[in-house]
Design a protein around this ligand. Structure first.
Ligand code: BMA
Length: 362
């Protein structure tokens, strides 16, 4: 009898230990841990938008299946640690996104990059769900109102969310493991050039748009691979503007900003410093990761820009990554590039930048 009681007690104890063990981390949790540990080690990842899709003078062909071409890699011998992409066009059932990248290539390149040890981020420039124009169509300030619950375009917009969610959910390795991604919807909202921008909706409407997006993707669809990033534009950023439309600690994992160089080096460095200070204080107060989610100097018109301007601007901040925008290949967009290519005048300086021990490439 005593022996049986002993066995029963042991069985209960074993069950208690195993039943109370913490849940498996989600893919998003694992990515957050990885990002946090890089920051703790003082590593800052370098990122490039559309890196494997095209470069200054090349473009992936439809049948290509190895994602190894890269202007960044051709210039410095290493791939960017962060690979950025945009979902614009997924809501229209297009085969290719707004910058003509086939979605099947984007999905496969995301998996290849992940398997190489890299980190993936997605933004979204969806078309205008009320007017039928593009993301930059700001002719109506009723667009956000129209897609929120109760609005005339709400149901239509939920079908758009479902297409974006389908794609994000479909990024999986061959054994079915979901690939985690940094998901950065409704960016640069402190400007008024997208239909979700500052002058196009109220603070409450903007926050409700975030909540709707999160509730749909996480609570309704159960996606476990999204790390949620909030990123205003850097222009005129201060603590108040940064916080005004922040959708809440429960639904944001990372904070950052988009900051481009339009004028001289000194004004870019000033704007970066200002935005980094604001973001750092906010990130610390809210316990969030931080990043420079989009940046760069179109055409890189200074051959020492990478070491003397770019690196100097963020090196003293605990940023997870800095991502430069795309290298357009279209004939009429040859000026539109933000990473160097081997023949570019800043190539040697970029190589020197890529060799700094704290800057992480693959
Ligand atoms: C902008 C430009 C556009 C592009 C858009 C979305 O900054 O690069 O040409 O369509 O981003 O990627």
């Amino acid at each position: 009898m005593l022996k049986f009681r002993y066995i029963a007690i042991m069985a209960t104890a074993i069950c208690l230990v195993s039943c109370s063990s913490p849940q498996e981390p989600t893919p998003a949790d694992s990515l957050k841990q990885q990002l946090t540990s890089y920051v703790e080690q003082g590593h800052i990842m370098f990122g490039h938008q559309d890196d494997y899709m095209y470069g200054h003078s090349w473009k992936l062909e439809d049948g290509d299946t190895d994602y190894t071409s890269s202007d960044v890699q051709a210039t410095c011998g290493k791939y960017p640690a962060v690979y950025g992409m945009d979902l614009g066009g997924i809501e229209m059932d297009w085969e290719a996104n707004l910058d003509r990248n086939l979605f099947k290539h984007m999905r496969a390149a995301a998996v290849a990059h992940y398997e190489r040890g890299g980190v993936i981020t997605f933004s979204w420039h969806p078309r205008n769900p009320l007017t039928g124009g593009d993301a930059w169509d700001v002719t109506s300030d009723q667009v956000v109102a129209s897609i929120l619950p109760g609005g005339e375009r709400h149901e239509h917009f939920v079908t758009w969310l479902s297409k974006a969610a389908d794609f994000l959910e479909s990024i999986k390795t061959a054994d079915g493991t979901p690939v985690p991604v940094i998901w950065r919807p409704w960016h640069e909202h402190t400007g008024s050039w997208f239909w979700w921008g500052q002058k196009l909706c109220t603070t409450e409407q903007y926050k409700a748009l975030w909540q709707l997006t999160y509730d749909y993707m996480v609570n309704q669809r159960g996606l476990t691979n999204l790390v949620w990033a909030y990123s205003p534009g850097a222009g005129g950023l201060d603590a108040e503007l940064f916080a005004e439309r922040y959708p809440g600690d429960e639904i944001v994992d990372m904070v950052g900003f988009d900051c481009y160089q339009y004028g001289d080096n000194a004004s870019y460095m000033r704007e970066m410093k200002n935005a980094l200070e604001v973001t750092k204080i906010f990130a610390e107060e809210h316990g969030k990761l931080m990043a420079v989610t989009e940046t760069g100097y179109e055409g890189i018109k200074d051959e020492n820009w990478w070491t003397e301007v770019f690196h100097q601007s963020f090196k003293d901040y605990p940023v997870s990554y800095v991502l430069v925008w795309r290298n357009a290949c279209d004939a009429d967009m040859q000026h539109h590039f933000y990473a160097p290519y081997p023949e570019h005048t800043s190539a040697a300086d970029f190589k020197a930048f890529s060799d700094f021990p704290a800057i992480k490439f693959l």
